[in-house]
Design a protein around this ligand. Sequence first.
Ligand code: FES
Length: 105
Amino acid sequence: MKLDHHLFVCTNQKSGVGDDVAHALKKELKKQHLKSVVADGEKYKNRVQTCNCLDLCKHCKKGSGAAVVVYPEGIFYGDVKPGDAADIVHDHLGEGQVVKRLLLD
Ligand code: FES
């Protein structure tokens, strides 16, 4: 089943990694043709949005990556780096499988 997804990326780090992650996710959505998807006659959109602190700072501000939450599932990823964007887009948005190595409890 396809769903509209909305990804929020924390950009509350001094390093700016959150902005880089958001940019990489948007780039991968285009590259993997998953920005909008037509399935069973319905159009679905995947969006990436930057935001402030997601209250997961241990896996964000204090780490080397950014915190990301994916809705509607409410899946939280931590320490996400730009190089992880391809897996999040392909596995989670494309295949419906969480990226276990980035998953937070
Ligand atoms: S600074 Fe990113 S979750 Fe708090």
